[in-house]
Design a protein around this ligand. Structure first.
Ligand SMILES: *[C@@H]1O[C@H](CO)[C@@H](O)[C@H](O)[C@H]1NC(C)=O
Ligand SMILES: *[C@@H]1O[C@H](CO)[C@@H](O)[C@H](O)[C@H]1NC(C)=O
Ligand SMILES: *[C@@H]1O[C@H](CO)[C@@H](O)[C@H](O)[C@H]1NC(C)=O
Ligand SMILES: *[C@@H]1O[C@H](CO)[C@@H](O)[C@H](O)[C@H]1NC(C)=O
Length: 466
């Protein structure tokens, strides 16, 4: 007998309160690592990384400009650039005055519109890089934040608000635990991390402030020297997962102290541009750049140093077939514009996803990641529930169009009900299959102007036998 409506609701409510409360995470890695990643993250596959800050003013050489100019191993090229272009007493802080994106040129809604058009599902915004400048009016970064100097506005709040106008997009933050030149940090390092003045006065207050103010969907931490016990990483994450306003949907990465990256945390980033090319048990993220030389904008970039759309798509396809997400970095100019070459890549990506999105969003790795016969083919798969049955499809991403009119695949085994199609092209494709030889797909003579897309075509194999 069905329960009366109100009782049913009540029982469900009590059950849910219990099931949510029963799992509290302890401040240790075993417990924190047992938290399932909120599903939106794996389903979304594609994020955009934004490096924008004081380093966007010199916009020369790399976003590690300050380090290459004043760090322990200055780069001659950068030192010469400063000698030729700036007075001798110029400091890094002087650049902040010129970080002043003009109204009417900088418009976070323009950015968000481009990000949405790219088909990305989340943004990771650098809110503080290693030189400590906060892009929000932090109470813990006196006179070295975007309200007190430079833009005179809350760049984090502005972008979070713009991005959230688009229902497909989530807003996440990047935050550097350490700061290269902060005397408090340098003193803690000198004391071999037996003192924690920097963590208690700066890092943790900032992280709590960011989470409580902006409710980020991603907390993407970056670190350098210092054990996770010094950073109090497990205490922070336990709060984030148990009690914070974002506990139900936030995802985190793995850069939470010495030796933690690639082992603990939410998704694994390991090292920059991590793209292992083989299936990974744990969810990972390939954080990479469109400008192959820098995360921040460089006025000295050359076209040949920018990834082509073919290279972007190849990286994306290999990454997702091995259980990764891709985080594609763009460095805006100091004026708050996105260089048209980056905008073009992002819009190309979006146009491609308009045809192939079915094989990307919500997909999972298949038994095979790449084909055993054709090294230009990579796979994903998806199960779909239709009215009465569940149907499995494998998607073959073809990086290079074949020289002949057949596509031979070694990994998939056809069954009597296998159907082969090309995403964006109507009708079924003919094929032959024999166990020893593989699946041979007949590619129809498609008129040039009827090609579903210009790069990386996706064949859909439904109801195969393996
Ligand atoms: C956001 O992107 C989607 C997918 O490309 C598109 O259909 C939609 O129109 C975009 N929304 C806006 C407001 O531009
Ligand atoms: C610093 O601390 C670590 C871990 O506590 C210890 O192994 C190391 O010997 C210390 N180094 C110095 C120079 O005191
Ligand atoms: C770090 O965590 C320990 C243990 O919970 C706590 O006693 C300490 O106050 C925390 N330190 C900081 C800097 O928050
Ligand atoms: C692709 O698959 C083969 C096995 O068929 C494997 O040996 C190879 O390393 C894989 N990766 C790449 C990048 O081709």
């Amino acid at each position: 007998m069905p329960l009366p409506f109100t009782l049913e609701v009540f029982v469900t409510f009590v059950f849910c309160v219990l099931c949510v409360q029963s799992k509290r995470y302890e401040p240790n890695w075993d417990s924190l690592d047992s938290r399932p990643l909120p599903s939106w993250y794996d389903e979304g596959k594609i994020g955009i990384f934004i490096h924008w800050g004081v380093f966007s003013v010199p916009s020369f050489n790399s976003e590690w400009f300050w380090w290459q100019w004043k760090g322990s191993a200055p780069r001659k090229q950068v030192v010469d650039f400063m000698k030729k272009n700036y007075p001798p007493d110029w400091t890094y802080a002087d650049f902040a005055k010129e970080f002043n994106p003009p109204a009417g040129i900088y418009n976070p809604m323009h950015w968000a519109e481009i990000f949405n058009a790219s088909g990305a599902r989340y943004i990771v915004h650098v809110t503080k890089h290693h030189e400590g400048f906060t892009s929000w009016p932090s109470k813990h970064s006196f006179n070295w934040n975007s309200m007190d100097v430079g833009p005179g506005r809350d760049l984090v709040g502005d972008l979070a608000k713009a991005v959230r106008q688009f229902p497909n997009l989530r807003y996440g933050i990047y935050h550097s635990l350490f700061e290269w030149f902060n005397p408090l940090y340098l003193n803690d390092v000198k004391n071999n991390f037996t003192t924690t003045d920097f963590v208690s006065g700066k890092t943790l207050p900032e992280l709590y402030e960011l989470v409580n103010t902006y409710h980020p969907d991603v907390v993407w931490s970056d670190g350098s020297k210092g054990p996770d016990t010094y950073w109090n990483s497990t205490q922070f994450l336990a709060w984030l997962y148990n009690d914070s306003p974002v506990k139900d949907f936030v995802v985190t990465n793995d850069r939470w102290g010495n030796g933690i990256a690639c082992h603990h945390g939410g998704f694994l980033t390991c090292h920059d541009r991590y793209n292992p090319g083989v299936l990974q048990k744990r969810k990972f993220e390939n954080a990479m750049t469109l400008d192959t030389r820098s995360w921040g904008y460089r006025r000295d970039m050359k076209l040949k140093q920018i990834l082509s759309i073919e290279e972007v798509l190849e990286t994306l396809v290999i990454t997702i077939s091995c259980n990764g997400n891709i985080l594609i970095n763009v460095g805006p100019t100091k004026d708050g514009t996105i260089d048209p070459v980056f905008e073009e890549r992002l819009r190309q990506l979006g146009s491609w996803l308009g045809v192939t999105g079915e094989a990307v969003y919500g997909s999972r790795p298949w038994t095979y990641q790449n084909d055993t016969h054709n090294s230009d083919v990579w796979y994903t798969m998806k199960s779909m529930e239709t009215d009465s049955k569940s149907e499995m499809s494998v998607y073959a991403f073809l990086l290079k169009w074949p020289d002949s009119d057949i596509l031979k695949l070694g990994a998939p085994q056809a069954s009597s009900s296998t159907v082969v199609t090309l995403l964006g092209y109507s009708g079924q494709l003919d094929y032959d299959y024999s166990p020893g030889y593989g699946l041979v797909i007949q590619i129809p003579p498609i008129p040039f102007n009827k090609m579903p897309c210009e790069w990386v075509w996706v064949f859909k194999l439904t109801n195969i036998a393996n």
